[in-house]
Design a protein around this ligand. Sequence first.
Ligand SMILES: [Zn+2]
Length: 342
Amino acid sequence: MPIVAIPSLLRNLTGGEESITVPGATIREVINNLEVRYSGMKARLCEEDHIKPGIAIYVNGLLTRGSLLERVDADAEIHFLPAIGGGIAQFETLQPIPNKLVVLTFDDGNKSDYTYVRPLLKRYGFGATFFITEGLGFLNNKDHYVTWEEIRELHEEGFEIGNHTRHHKNVNTQSKEELLADLIYIDQQCESYGIPIPETFGYPGDSRGPEAVAVLREKGYHFARRGIGPEFPYHLEGGRGPAYDPDIHHPLVIPSTGVPGPSYGFDDLVWAIEQAKDGKIAVLTFHGVPALEHPWVDVPPDQFKTYMDYLRDSGCTVIALRDLAKYVDPSESLGKSITYFP
Ligand SMILES: [Zn+2]
């Protein structure tokens, strides 16, 4: 039977279900059968006896002419997406991307997320995402890594908790089942501490392949963040990367515009913010402040504060990765650039 991918803004009709297997030999039959199961679906997709002008239909990745009579194979994959210049009403509520929009992310659950970064960001009114893993030294070195109680507090204070996998393994070395199990483990830990299940993901060690991206897509992540390459050369001790351009980059492969470390300095940060204009967004990937176990991504607290002062004084809007949804529709991913890293 054909599979219909439900765009995020229609999932309120499907109880959150992201893909529906439904019988039908034509688009019309598929929509009629969807309507039987999810009342209201037809009215969102059709008016009178044709597809709404703002909606594009893709079958197996190819744009169709949008006819209800279009035939679909038994194993077709069907996407309903807002077409340029129109669309499903809620898409139009997206805000324009302001200049100097900055996404702040922190990887690995260093203790300083809680002791140093949290109070400073709170004082400045900045949002941020903390990507949590139970890998690295999380289980054994509680001097250097946050506890789940502290992670809960980060959430309660308005920060986002993102999934960085249970074991912090190279996802390319994991089977689909292993990666899913790692993701679900963090979900369950979050749930047991009253933290919402993460809707964003950070690739451990930046490794990413087609299978992993497919798992993230299937699991329904809205946004996932990668590192600076391949556009910029990998730098062991921090470096510059491309600004996130939602027109170009796939929402599950969002680049880091900067990964501060010992060879990254104030000029690099200023450069990153300068890239955040004309619809592009600066995404910063920090680790510990300091990252004592990983000196190659270490940022000393006084240096970090000069960075945050600059963001504040230059009028940046500083948000968590999940908050991109105010500006970017993550379901609009078709044809956007995906890069892999071993
Ligand atoms: Zn990491």
